[in-house]
Design a protein around this ligand. Structure first.
Ligand SMILES: Cc1cc2nc3c(=O)[nH]c(=O)nc-3n(C[C@H](O)[C@H](O)[C@H](O)COP(=O)(O)OP(=O)(O)OC[C@H]3O[C@@H](n4cnc5c(N)ncnc54)[C@H](O)[C@@H]3O)c2cc1C
Length: 372
C-alpha cells in the first residue's frame, strides 16, 4: 500500500487521460497517472480552434483542409493540425505517473504492479478495445517524405498541386461508386496517404493498402520516399458503462461514431469534467441530457452510414451532400454534445437528398418488422 493519498488517479494515458491528468495537475490537484505502455502510437489531429488555451505549445504540422466529392474540390476555413505524438506525450507528462496495468478494486483504490494506491476519485480513461467493437474505422496508410523543393507538375492535376503546396486532403470521394475514400494529410512524420473504410464490419486490409498505393501512383507522389506505414483500427462502439468508475475520453463516449475522432472533444471537455470531479454538486457532463441526446443522434447517423454502405455508390452521394453544407451548419454536427446543431445539419442533408436516398435513410432508421 502506498501511503500517499491522491486527489485523482487517471487510469489510462492515451490523449484523453494525458489531457485530463495534465490539466488537473495544472489546477493544483495531487494527480497520479497510470498507463501500461506510456507511449502514444497513433496520429492525433485536431482543429486549431479546438486547442485549449491552457495547453503548452506542442510541435504539430498545420494545414488547410479540402475535400473532393463528385461536385469537385471544396476548401474549408478551419485550420487543421496533427500533433507530433512524442512531443505531445513529453509536454503533457507534467504529473507523477507509473507504468503498469492498473486494476481498480474500488472507486477509490487501484492496484498497479502489486502496490495499492488510493485517491478521492479514480477516472477510467482506458479507451475502447477494437477487438470487442462491432463497428470499426479501418485504414491502411503510408507516410511519404515531401522533397525539400517539390517540382511543379507539368500537368494540371489540382489535387497533387494542392498537396505539394502543403494543403491536406481530408476525403477524396470523387469516384462515383466509392464506399471507401482516401485522405492525404500533412503530419510531422510526413505526408500521410491513407485509404479508409469509414464505418463497418472489418474489411480486407490488403485491399485498402492497394488503394493507398494506387493514389500515390496516380498523383505523382511515387518518387517521394516512403518513411513509414500505419494500420488503423478505430473502435466506434461506446463500451458498456461500468458504473463503478467515472469515465473520460473515448471510454466515456467522447468519440464521434461517424468520424472516429475524439481528441478535440476530450480537450474541450477536460475543464467541465474536472469541475464535476472537484465539486459534488456539478453534474457529470457525459450524463447531461444534451450529451446523451446528441449521442443518440450521432449513433443514428452511424446506423444510416452502415446501411448506405450496403449499396455501392450511396456513401459517395451522401458525402457529396454532407461535405457541401455551409461550414456554420457542418461543424456543429461534428462537435459532440450539441444536439441542436446535429439535428439542423441532419435535417438539411435529408432534405437535399433525392427520394431514393431518403428511402434508404428511412429504411435504416425505421426497419420494418421482420426485415433485417
Ligand atoms: C492511426 C490512428 C489515427 C487516428 N487519428 C485520429 C485523429 O487524427 N484525431 C482524433 O481525434 N482521433 C484519431 N484517432 C482515434 C484516436 O486515436 C482515439 O479516439 C483516441 O486514442 C482515444 O483516446 P483515449 O485517450 O480516450 O483512449 P486510448 O488512446 O485508447 O488510450 C487508452 C490508454 O489506456 C491504456 N490502458 C488500457 N488499459 C489499461 C490498464 N488496465 N492499465 C493501464 N493502462 C491501460 C492504453 O494502453 C492506452 O494508452 C486515430 C486512431 C488511429 C488508430
Amino acid at each position: 500500500m502506498n501511503s500517499q493519498r491522491f486527489d485523482l488517479i487517471v487510469l489510462g494515458l492515451g490523449p484523453a487521460g494525458l489531457l485530463l491528468a495534465h490539466r488537473a495537475h495544472q489546477r493544483g490537484l495531487r494527480v497520479l497517472g497510470v498507463d501500461d505502455k506510456n507511449q502514444l502510437t497513433n496520429t492525433y489531429g485536431i482543429f486549431a480552434d479546438e486547442l485549449p488555451t491552457w495547453l503548452p505549445p506542442i510541435k504539430a504540422s498545420h494545414s488547410q483542409p479540402f475535400v473532393i466529392t463528385r461536385r469537385g474540390q471544396r476548401r474549408f476555413q478551419r485550420r487543421y493540425l496533427v500533433f507530433d505524438s512524442e512531443d505531445l506525450l513529453t509536454k503533457l507528462s507534467t504529473f507523477p505517473k507509473i507504468t503498469g496495468t492498473g486494476t481498480a478494486t474500488s472507486p477509490t483504490t487501484i492496484t498497479v504492479n502489486g502496490t495499492t494506491y488510493t485517491a478521492r476519485k479514480i477516472v477510467d480513461c482506458r479507451g475502447i478495445n477494437p477487438a470487442t467493437s462491432h463497428y470499426i474505422q479501418q485504414a491502411a496508410g503510408t507516410f511519404l517524405q515531401p522533397p525539400a523543393n517539390p517540382q511543379p507538375l507539368n500537368d494540371t492535376e489540382q489535387t497533387a498541386a494542392a498537396l505539394r503546396a502543403g494543403e491536406s486532403l481530408w476525403m477524396d470521394f470523387s469516384s462515383p461508386d466509392a464506399d471507401t475514400f482516401t485522405y492525404a494529410v500533412h503530419t510531422p512524420k510526413g505526408l500521410l496517404v491513407e485509404h479508409t473504410l469509414l464505418a463497418g464490419p472489418p474489411m480486407d486490409q490488403q485491399q485498402l493498402q492497394q488503394e493507398t498505393h494506387s493514389f500515390i501512383n496516380t498523383h505523382g507522389l511515387q518518387n517521394w520516399p516512403i518513411v513509414g506505414e500505419e494500420t488503423v483500427t478505430i473502435a466506434l462502439d461506446r463500451p458498456h458503462p461500468e458504473h463503478r468508475l467515472d469515465c473520460f475520453g473515448a471510454r466515456a463516449g467522447a468519440i464521434n461514431p461517424i468520424t472516429g475522432y475524439s481528441v478535440g472533444t476530450s480537450a474541450r471537455m477536460v475543464d467541465k469534467f474536472l469541475d464535476y470531479v472537484l465539486c459534488a454538486k456539478t453534474k457529470n457532463p457525459f450524463t447531461s441530457w444534451s450529451w446523451m441526446l446528441d449521442e443518440k443522434l450521432l449513433n443514428a447517423g452511424q446506423k444510416v452510414l452502415i446501411h448506405l454502405l450496403k449499396t455501392p455508390g450511396n456513401t459517395a452521394i451522401f458525402f457529396d451532400t454532407v461535405l457541401h453544407l455551409p461550414e456554420h451548419i457542418l461543424w456543429p454536427m461534428l462537435t459532440q454534445g450539441r444536439p441542436g446543431g446535429t439535428l439542423v445539419a441532419m435535417a438539411k442533408v435529408f432534405l437535399r437528398l433525392d427520394r431514393r436516398m431518403k428511402a434508404h435513410i428511412l429504411a435504416a432508421l425505421l426497419p420494418l418488422p421482420g426485415r433485417t
